[in-house]
Write a new protein. Sequence first.
Length: 170
Amino acid sequence: MADPSHPLDKVHGGNFTEPQIQTVLLTDAVTNACTWAVALHTALGLQAGLDPLDVEAMRAGRSPSDKKLGALSTLARTLIEKRGRLDQDIERFLAAGFGKDLLLEAITIVAASTITNYTGSVTNPPLEAALRAHEWKSQVVASLNPSTVAARPSCRLTASRRSHRVNLAR
């Protein structure tokens, strides 16, 4: 049985709505250049009701047009890019209507997501058929030396993905 206090178990058990959680997870996947996670969180974000234009903005590295989602996405991206050093992004987050308690919850989601993004990037799992419509190519990965990519060992992710079970059928 999983430890109920483990950060990975808190991602979907807090106070954010599922569209807000998917905003953080998709933003993190793009910022961390994890192609599998971008495809997954694109599908889950659309399924959760995110506006397709906002999803495309996040996939392009921009924030959604919605004020709250935009502040949340910017906060998540800044946490990763500045390694936790936030300036006016905290004020924008609070001004969007989020409380300080949600700031810590957002940090927890970013931390848990970053761990899984790194795992996905290292193990390079194959993209399932249900996610292929949402395939994404990172500019970072695309710019790598082809001989370096070819020499990278291929691993299969064997950990359970129980928290990501979802009906992706259209």
